[in-house]
Design a binder for this molecule. Structure first.
Ligand SMILES: *[C@@H]1O[C@H](CO)[C@@H](O)[C@H](O)[C@H]1NC(C)=O
Ligand SMILES: *[C@@H]1O[C@H](CO)[C@@H](O)[C@H](O)[C@H]1NC(C)=O
Ligand SMILES: *[C@@H]1O[C@H](CO)[C@@H](O)[C@H](O)[C@H]1NC(C)=O
Ligand SMILES: *[C@@H]1O[C@H](CO)[C@@H](O)[C@H](O)[C@H]1NC(C)=O
Ligand SMILES: *[C@@H]1O[C@H](CO)[C@@H](O)[C@H](O)[C@H]1NC(C)=O
Length: 301
């Protein structure tokens, strides 16, 4: 979308989406893909990896979650009054209070804007942009719910999935416990042993989460909650038991958490295992298993 005309920006989203829905529902009478849910079984499985959605009044609930967690009225306060603390590729995060952050779709973020750019005014394609953004946001809530018992996943307080979540994609929201960004500044100013601990916690989390594979693994997906690195973004998660598929994460771990970060101010006794790790990385023989073992060893030094 050009910087000049035709900007698809909030609060224009409501109006535009309404137009899209009118247009799309005419098509759907014949195609029946989405709206069949309104007349058929009120159950929706967005991904086999997450629980199904069950319609409950004007909202969807993930199967077996209480009305306390799935609750749109939790989000009745306008985010206009809330401080925006982070804006990512496809989500925007607001601070509700000291303990709680609220996430929503970033309709003016690059993911959505680029999609709308490519749609270039084609209503059907624009509708698909909203649909994709909405379904991917909901899928992320599903992963949060699935992994709620994991110590490296933030507690989910509430989520809102309106029954017509494409027409009302702006209402989609989740509320989780807040954390501190796990940024390079934090790592650089932490003790060496603290940096190793964080790396070890993340490797254990990745190992424990198998066969789930976080293909979009980045340091920015983690925040520190009570000093625990916690994964807050669940974009692009697949399930695979083929260990070869899990190997590319070694490069990402090395670049995000080891290169420069672990070598700075390392204790003398860590230098030999670190040098071996570096060499294995540069000759491409560093496996996830190796990395996991070396990190465990470094943590016990
Ligand atoms: C939800 O609960 C029902 C009954 O308690 C159980 O049979 C079902 O397997 C549960 N579903 C999930 C996804 O946990
Ligand atoms: C939903 O959230 C609102 C606001 O936080 C609360 O007053 C209400 O009791 C909640 N509903 C349920 C069923 O827990
Ligand atoms: C695992 O994946 C690799 C690369 O994607 C492939 O070459 C290999 O055949 C797969 N192994 C199995 C057991 O499927
Ligand atoms: C790669 O580096 C590791 C660790 O130092 C070493 O054991 C291994 O022999 C090297 N492999 C190759 C092919 O150079
Ligand atoms: C990595 O693991 C393989 C197989 O477990 C082993 O042969 C190799 O020596 C290890 N390399 C390093 C650098 O620890």
């Amino acid at each position: 979308m050009g910087s000049g005309g035709g900007g698809f920006l909030l609060p224009g989203i409501l109006l535009t989406v309404t137009t899209l829905i009118l247009f799309k529902s005419i098509l759907d009478i014949f195609d029946g893909s989405y709206y069949s849910n309104l007349f058929g079984p009120k159950r929706l499985q967005l991904s086999p990896l997450i629980p199904a959605l069950i319609q409950s009044g004007t909202e969807w609930r993930f199967e077996n979650t209480s009305n306390k967690i799935g609750n749109c009225s939790y989000f009745s306060e306008s985010t206009k009054n809330l401080l925006e603390i982070n804006r990512g590729y496809n989500k925007v995060v607001f601070r509700k209070n000291d303990k709680v952050v609220i996430k929503k779709i970033a309709f003016n973020g690059p993911a959505f804007m680029d999609c709308m750019d490519i749609a270039d005014g084609d209503l059907n394609k624009e509708y698909q942009c909203v649909e994709t953004a909405a379904k991917s946001f909901i899928t992320e809530i599903g992963f949060l719910i699935k992994l709620q018992n994991d110590p490296n996943v933030p507690k989910l307080f509430a989520y809102c999935i309106p029954s017509d979540f494409i027409a009302h994609a702006e209402l989609l929201a989740s509320a989780t416990v807040s954390g501190k960004p796990l940024d390079i500044i934090h790592l650089a100013t932490s003790d060496w042993s603290e940096r190793v601990r964080i790396l070890d916690e993340i490797i254990r989390f990745l190992t424990r989460s198998r066969p789930l594979l976080f293909r979009d693994f980045r340091r920015q997906q983690f925040v520190l909650i009570k000093n625990q690195p916690s994964m807050v973004d669940f974009d692009d998660v697949i399930s695979t038991n083929n260990l070869t598929d899990h190997e590319p994460i070694v490069q990402k771990l090395y670049i995000s958490f080891i290169d420069q970060i672990l070598f700075a101010t390392s204790p003398l006794k860590a230098q030999k295992p670190l040098a071996a790790m570096k060499e294995a990385y540069s000759n491409s023989t560093l496996t996830f298993e190796n990395l996991s073992k070396i990190t465990k060893k470094l943590r016990s030094l």
